[in-house]
Design a protein around this ligand. Structure first.
Ligand code: ATP
Length: 356
């Protein structure tokens, strides 16, 4: 990223004894779609409210285009926020809702008409300008809220759980629309979500937060394939945590293996020491399933059909059950013996850390 649009440096914030943010540093580029992802209470809403100016950090700085925002009130920031509840004005029609920010800025009638019509077309509600808010569906309200927030051309739009109020099917369709509108407007979007699928689907980059701290910032694929911590591996996507002892410097490639009670699993050792206890996080679809050949022997205990794949629960040791995804069309039976194989880069290895 060249010089970032938004720079957050060492921001901390407490509410009484509760640490909501601890030394958070993040950068968001112009035109970037960025997600703050984490479980409830991890501090993502607080961070967004600090960017918008509704909260002030106890320490640290937030700058936009190099200008420190401390002391700048929310309405003077080139940032707009779309609330989860949409907060539309029920007594205004669609047109007037979208025009609201432009009227406050004192724009001319012609400029307002042009901008609102442009946005109505973008959200595919061109003939809905004179509709009352209560006459709209949930998805249409969401789009009107988006258009209202974009109308004054903010440099950055903050979206709090933007799809949270929509049902599952509509959510997926709206993800495409949201991405498309972000691409067309080239506005930086920062969304807050606790839904990992949503973050993976929408964002160019994701910051995964836990207990007021940022655990990893990376693109969706990297977060999924190379989670930096055990927490990230468990929070984003489905995974197997396989415990073992690391054996390094083997004569063969890849030069390391995790020694477990049910066999050796090749892995990339990273900077973890020889002999250390470690956890390998392996996604179910990275484990090969076959009836014969090389591999770790296990017994199919259960399975669920998922369409493209079938997720098997395979017992490989008295106390260890692994989840592995068998490909489309492969049929397996409960009680059947299978061989599980692991490619050398099957997962991410993490040194043992206390669970909590
Ligand atoms: P959620 O997804 O549930 O909204 P979140 O990740 O957005 O969670 P925050 O709302 O930022 O989390 O809250 C972080 C922590 O700070 C929580 O422990 C919360 O209870 C606390 N907190 C947030 N706002 C306040 C406040 N105004 N007064 C006191 N405590 C607060």
């Amino acid at each position: 990223m060249n010089s970032p649009l938004l720079s957050i440096e060492n921001v901390s914030k407490k509410f009484g004894a509760v640490v909501a943010l601890e030394n958070v540093s993040l950068h968001v580029g112009a035109g970037e779609f960025f997600a703050l992802l984490g479980p409830s209470g991890c501090g993502k809403t607080t961070l967004m409210r600090c960017i918008a100016g509704f909260e002030s950090p106890d320490s640290g700085t937030i700058a936009l285009n190099g200008v420190d925002l401390s002391g700048v009130p929310p309405f003077r920031r080139p940032v707009n926020m779309m609330f989860q509840s949409y907060a539309l004005f029920p007594h205004f029609d669609v047109f007037e809702n979208i025009a609201f920010g432009l009227r406050r800025k004192g724009e001319t009638k012609d400029a307002i008409d042009a901008r609102v019509n442009e946005l109505l077309a973008m959200i595919q509600l061109s003939n809905y300008g004179r509709r009352r808010i209560e006459e709209l569906s949930g998805g249409q309200k969401q789009r009107v809220a988006l258009a209202r927030a974009l109308a004054p051309r903010p440099k950055m739009l903050l979206l709090d759980e933007p799809l949270g109020a929509l049902d599952r099917k509509l959510r997926e369709e709206t993800q495409f629309q949201l991405k498309e509108i972000q691409r067309l407007t080239q506005t930086s979007f920062v969304i807050v979500t606790h839904d990992q699928d949503e973050a993976l689907a929408l964002a160019d980059r994701i910051a995964v937060m836990r207990a007021g701290r940022v655990e990893q910032v990376a693109g969706p694929m990297e977060i999924y394939d190379r989670p930096a911590t055990r927490f990230v591996a468990g929070f984003v996507g489905e995974t197997n945590f396989i415990e073992g002892r690391l054996e390094r410097n083997l004569a063969r490639n890849p030069g390391a293996a995790l020694i477990t009670e049910f066999g050796r699993i090749p892995c990339d050792p990273g900077d973890i020491a020889e002999g250390a206890q470690a956890t390998l996080s392996v996604r179910p679809e990275r484990i090969g399933v076959a009836r014969e050949g090389e591999g770790i022997v296990g017994i199919v205990e259960n399975f669920v059909f998922r369409g493209e794949t079938t997720l098997l629960r395979v017992r490989v040791a008295e106390n260890v059950v692994l989840r592995a995804a068998a490909g489309h069309g492969e049929r397996h039976a409960i009680g059947e013996a299978v061989r599980l194989s692991f490619p050398s880069n099957a997962g991410a290895l993490h040194a043992e850390e206390p669970l909590g």
